[in-house]
Design a protein around this ligand. Structure first.
Ligand code: SF4
Length: 269
């Protein structure tokens, strides 16, 4: 399993390195060819030094690091879209973990390839598995309302999950499944390079922050994933069952809006 994780991490590194290389040369378009090669660069260039994904000091408790110096400011949206399509092709063919056995379609991600805000959930449910798109069921409709309440449209943000194939009976993905699929999420976040990530539910928070802390302790303040502020909050599916959690979630989203410099549409004028 470690080898599979390393392989996916290599794919993500190859995507990032290729983008940076092509961008430095003033051209882009080789990512698809790079990913379509039978083997990722057997001796990938050393990745740029980056902060550990572990839960570091909370961004509100220590000076937040600058948005990570990956490709955010240099890669045009069409190029990010091309890189995402290439990665999606890899996901579509992936059989690296047992979750591929029960899927109808892989569920990669949707939204703005250059979105300043990225929502990360747990994994596809039944509706998502059938449609091949994340967050299209009841929880997805609630997420859309949450995004609209922030003054944004669903198309403004990028939405994806920790695992790309539906777990049987909608169970929580197992640690080895999350670890095996992690390189794909890593690649998506490298390409989109959001300014803020919202981790919806404890599974997403645990994967991004590498912590076992409960959501009740995590939510309400910013943490970090490779220099990017992460706001953990409750999953929309949890909100459907626990209406009392809507206020704390809205409080979390208001902090995200403030971080992005977005006005609160609900604030009295
Ligand atoms: S969940 Fe991820 S690692 Fe597992 S088969 Fe699907 S795409 Fe591959």
């Amino acid at each position: 399993m470690d080898e599979e994780r390393d392989s996916l991490a290599s794919i993500a590194r190859a995507v990032r390195d290729r983008i940076e290389w092509e961008t430095a040369l003033g051209s882009f378009g080789g990512v698809a060819a790079q990913l379509a090669a039978p083997a990722v660069d057997p001796q990938p260039r050393a990745a740029p030094e980056r902060s550990a994904p572990a839960p570091g000091p909370k961004a509100e408790e220590a000076p937040a690091s600058e948005p990570r110096p990956v490709v955010a400011a240099r890669l045009a949206a069409p190029d990010r879209a091309a890189a995402l399509r290439a990665l999606d092709e890899q996901v579509g063919a992936c059989k690296r973990c047992r979750l591929h056995e029960g899927r109808t379609r892989t569920v990669f991600g949707v939204g703005n390839p250059a979105g300043r805000l990225c929502f990360v959930g747990e994994g596809p449910g039944r509706d998502e598995d059938l449609r091949g798109e994340p967050f299209v069921g009841a929880a997805g409709q609630l997420l859309t309302k949450m995004i609209q309440a922030m003054g944004l449209a669903r198309e403004d943000v990028y939405i994806c999950n920790v695992v790309k194939c539906r777990p049987p009976e909608n169970r929580t993905p197992l640690p080895d499944e999350m670890a095996t699929c992690a390189g794909f999420l890593e690649g998506q976040l490298e390409i989109v390079a959001p300014e803020v990530i919202v981790a919806m539910g404890s599974t997403a928070a645990r994967q991004l922050l590498q912590t076992t802390a409960a959501m009740g302790r995590l939510r309400g303040s910013f943490h970090e994933y490779r220099g990017v502020p992460v706001m953990p909050t409750y999953h929309p599916a949890y909100l459907l069952r626990n209406a009392e959690a809507k206020k704390p979630v809205w409080d979390d989203l208001k902090k995200v809006m403030a971080r992005l410099g977005l006005p609160d549409p609900r604030a009295p004028r």
